[in-house]
Design a protein around this ligand. Sequence first.
Ligand SMILES: Cc1cc2nc3c(=O)[nH]c(=O)nc-3n(C[C@H](O)[C@H](O)[C@H](O)COP(=O)(O)OP(=O)(O)OC[C@H]3O[C@@H](n4cnc5c(N)ncnc54)[C@H](O)[C@@H]3O)c2cc1C
Length: 363
Amino acid sequence: MYDFVVVGAGPAGSRFSRRAAERGYDVLALERGSVGEPLACSGHVSTDIWEFTPEGAREELLQNEVFGARFHVGGPASDDYPFYKREVISNVIDRVGLDRRLADAAREAGVDLREHHSVSTVEERPDRVAVTATGPDGTETFEARMVAGCDGPVSRVRRELGLPEPGEKLQGVLGFSTDEDPGDFVDVHLTAPRFFAWRIPRGEAGVEYGLAAPPGSEPPARELFESFTDEYGTETGDFCAGMIPVGPAETVTSRRGLLIGDAAAQTKPFTGGGILYGMTAADHAAREIDPERPSTLADYESAWREDLATEIRLGHWIRRAYSLPEPVQRVGLSAFSGEIGVHMDKPTSFFSTEHLSKLLSRS
Ligand SMILES: Cc1cc2nc3c(=O)[nH]c(=O)nc-3n(C[C@H](O)[C@H](O)[C@H](O)COP(=O)(O)OP(=O)(O)OC[C@H]3O[C@@H](n4cnc5c(N)ncnc54)[C@H](O)[C@@H]3O)c2cc1C
């Protein structure tokens, strides 16, 4: 019997698997497809990402360094309100490469990571879980002390364990043009319903255009995306789409199961980014949970919420500003734009001494 069966080898699953194996646990990770595919992510992350990756990853994965964001209330021709730092705020990275690197690190730590294994059922029993998956050699049931659902926004494990769904799921779409752009700024357009559209310069890898909106929006996300790229006068290819969960739910643990990452809606409500929060929660899970003691699942719930719940709550407040009337948005953006001292994963840093002194020094 394994200590953990981990379902999904995205950032959250590979990180948790690796950390749990390093603590001496016997870990089986099951991934439905090939690690990293299909792509449905911008890979725009704070520089903290490199604290989670193996040595040498930065040189291999980094596509561009970003110093700030230009906010627009309208399309590309509208006024922009820049928010920036004098040092690098964030990195644009090869997201497929990231997943592969993290999975390799998990394997090196001793994880039995099997691709092309799609999990269909999870059964919780008093002393174990039984996880059934279909792979190249047929359907097999694996037993473990616990199951970790790291299977993304539309989580099968969440459903099988009867855990609550995230409050909301946004529809994200993106595409790429081949124009090289090593620019220092991303562009954020507050034109999509209750969210935004973006343009990300990816260096030699081209330019990414994308947007997210609630499902059922009129016009639909795909149409909004086409009007957005038309406004930029650009053609995009390699179109992809995915869901962005916004939450989280009141519980992400069951008797012998836990959720991590998008399955647990551990994302930033104001950007949809979940790579860093998911891996942060994975570290809490690996540190707190002893698979022989189901009561330690409660310690995971407390630890990740203590670390991230306030950031997520403030993130919801920031997102509300995307739906304010345009004149109010203009006033707010012009009041706060300029040099900032904010960490992109930590809305609480808005109240940091560094940021407040930057704001005061402008007046
Ligand atoms: C359009 C878009 C843009 C985004 N941009 C950013 C960004 O710039 N920065 C950022 O931080 N975040 C971004 N995100 C969010 C980010 O992609 C997620 O937060 C992140 O991928 C979550 O990692 P995860 O490991 O929890 O889940 P995932 O990366 O979704 O991994 C889940 C894995 O589980 C596997 N799986 C699913 N079901 C099963 C099953 N039944 N059996 C076995 N395996 C299964 C999947 O194949 C997948 O490999 C974006 C999302 C979208 C949709």
